[in-house]
Design a binder for this molecule. Structure first.
Ligand SMILES: [Zn+2]
Length: 201
């Protein structure tokens, strides 16, 4: 009896240990120093049906309007090509990266709102933009965590965290953990993936 309990206990413990051991992998942790890897998926929502996502809507002045669950923006390759410039298409739909210090307004410090060039989803406010010295527009936080998705990206033999638009899956850039406070994050974006709307003075 004692022995059986012990065996059962040992098996249960082994099961817990196995789960615990695997847990860091689910979270994408354990990679040590370097870019933060996260499995957070902002598009997941209990109320969202397949093909739907939850985002926060903002007006052009950057004022928060409401949280909505709506259908994802899905277009064919031909439709994206027709809507976007070749450069915008390569970056947002093919995960290309623009050359540093070349993106229009990479060094812009005007007040305003940055929207997705593909679907107009609000992405960043100039309030969180800072000069990272990298030659890419950099922010320490998105305008709403729901509006972008961070996911692991092991392309180009590097472990990075890709940032995409929740509403249309556009590739926007990558996020790293060497940014300034208060978040310590650096959302390193392609200027060509965003449309800037200057604040009215
Ligand atoms: Zn988008």
């Amino acid at each position: 009896m004692i022995r059986r309990d012990f065996l059962f206990g040992a098996a249960a413990f082994a099961g817990i240990a196995a789960v615990s051991w695997r847990h860091p992998n689910w979270l994408g942790l354990g990679a040590g120093p370097g870019p933060v890897s996260s499995s957070r998926n902002s598009s997941s929502n209990e109320n969202a049906k397949p093909g739907q996502v939850t985002i926060v809507q903002f007006d052009d002045a950057g004022k928060k309007l409401s949280v909505v669950t709506i259908a994802k923006v899905v277009k064919t390759d031909a439709e994206w090509r027709a809507q976007l410039t070749a450069n915008q298409y390569d970056i947002t739909r093919r995960a290309d990266t623009e050359m540093a210090f070349t993106g229009e307004g990479y060094n812009r410090h005007d007040k305003g709102l940055y929207r997705c060039v593909c679907c107009a989803n609000a992405l960043y406010s100039s309030d969180t933009k800072y000069d990272s010295g990298t030659g890419w527009p950099s922010f320490w936080a998105p305008i709403a965590k729901e509006n972008v998705v961070d996911r692991g990206d092991n392309s180009l033999m590097m472990s990075r965290t890709e940032v995409t638009c929740t509403l249309c899956d556009a590739h926007l850039g990558h996020v790293f953990d060497d940014g300034p406070q208060p978040t310590g994050m650096r959302y390193c974006m392609n200027a060509a993936a965003m449309h800037f709307i200057p604040a009215k003075v």
